[in-house]
Write a protein that binds this ligand. Structure first.
Ligand code: GLU
Length: 255
C-alpha cells in the first residue's frame, strides 16, 4: 500500500516544544518496520514551529508572523535532523519537501512535487513534507498539515491517509470533556452531522483539531482514498490497523 502518514506537533514534542524522545523513537521504529514489510511511506510532519520554540528556548509560540517564521526556520532543521538520525538507525533515507499554497494550486508545480515524490519512492527514500512556513504568510498559507496531507495524498494516488491525533479517533462528543463520549469506528459519508462533531482546537503548539481532520477526510475520500484517525501515543496499534483490525476512526474513500 501507498500510505501517507501525518504526524502532528503534539506527537513529537512536549508542551515546552522540546522533543518527546520516547514518542519519536517509537514512531520512527514502527514506520521503518512498516516500510521494511513492503509498504510505501510518505510522511507529512508538523513540528517546525513547535521545535523552533523549544530549540530557541522561547517561553511560548510567537504571535507575530516573522517570529513564527523564524521559529519554523530553526525548528525545520531540528525536525529533519531528528528524522534523518532516527530513520538512519534503521537504514532508511529521508528527503525533505517544503510546499506552499501556491505549489498545490498550480498544475505545473503540482506535477513537479509529484515527480519528486515518485522518484524519492523509486529510490527507496521516505519523503518528509511540511508547509514552507518561513515564506508562507497568513493570506497564502495552506494553514494546517491535516489539509496539506490530504492534498498530497489525493495527488499521489495514496491508498490510505493516516492522521495521528492525541486521542483514539472521532468521538460522539469531546472525550476530554464528556465521560460518556463514544468512539465512532467507521464513517462512510461525511454529512453535516459528522462535521458538527468537531469540537475545539489542538494543543497550544499545534494548529489542527478535529475540524481540520474532517476537512481532510472530505478531500481524500472524494479522491477515493481511505483515511484513518489514530492515536499517535499508541503507535504499536498501527500494526493492528494494517492487519485490518478496527483501530481509530476510518473514513471510506469513494470508489
Ligand atoms: N507547518 C506547521 C509546523 O511545522 C504546522 C502546521 C500544523 O500544525 O498543522 O509547525
Amino acid at each position: 500500500m501507498r500510505i501517507v502518514i501525518k504526524i502532528g506537533t503534539s506527537n513529537i514534542t512536549y508542551k515546552t516544544g522540546n522533543l518527546n524522545i520516547r514518542h519519536v523513537e517509537n514512531m520512527c521504529r514502527v514506520f521503518s518496520d512498516i516500510k521494511n514489510s513492503g509498504h510505501e511511506l510518505i510522511i507529512v510532519s508538523s513540528g517546525a514551529i513547535g521545535m523552533g520554540v523549544g530549540k530557541l528556548s522561547l517561553k511560548k509560540r510567537p504571535d507575530d508572523i516573522a517570529g513564527k517564521q523564524a521559529a519554523a526556520s530553526v525548528g525545520q532543521c531540528e525536525l529533519m535532523y531528528t528524522y534523518d538520525k532516527l530513520f538512519g538507525e534503521y537504514n532508511h533515507t529521508v528527503g525533505q519537501i517544503l510546499l506552499t499554497a501556491d505549489d498545490v494550486k498550480d498544475e505545473k508545480r503540482v506535477n513537479n512535487f509529484k515527480n519528486t515524490i515518485e522518484r524519492l519512492l523509486e529510490f527507496g527514500a521516505i519523503p518528509i513534507i511540511n508547509e514552507n512556513d518561513t515564506i508562507a504568510v497568513d493570506e497564502i498559507t495552506i494553514g494546517d498539515n491535516d489539509t496539506l496531507s490530504a492534498i498530497v495524498a489525493s495527488h499521489i494516488d495514496a491508498d490510505l491517509l493516516i492522521l495521528m491525533s492525541d486521542i483514539d479517533g472521532l468521538y460522539t462528543k469531546n472525550p476530554k470533556k464528556y465521560a460518556d463520549a463514544k468512539k465512532i469506528d467507521l464513517i462512510e459519508e461525511i454529512t453535516d452531522e459528522v462535521m458538527a462533531l468537531a469540537d475545539g482546537k489542538g494543543t497550544e503548539l499545534s494548529t489542527g483539531g478535529m475540524a481540520t481532520k474532517l476537512k481532510a477526510a472530505k478531500i481524500v475520500t472524494e479522491a477515493g482514498c481511505d483515511m484513518v484517525i489514530i492515536n499517535g501515543e499508541k503507535i504499536y496499534e498501527l500494526y493492528d490497523l494494517l492487519e485490518g483490525k478496527n483501530i481509530g476512526t476510518r473514513f471510506t474513500g469513494k470508489k
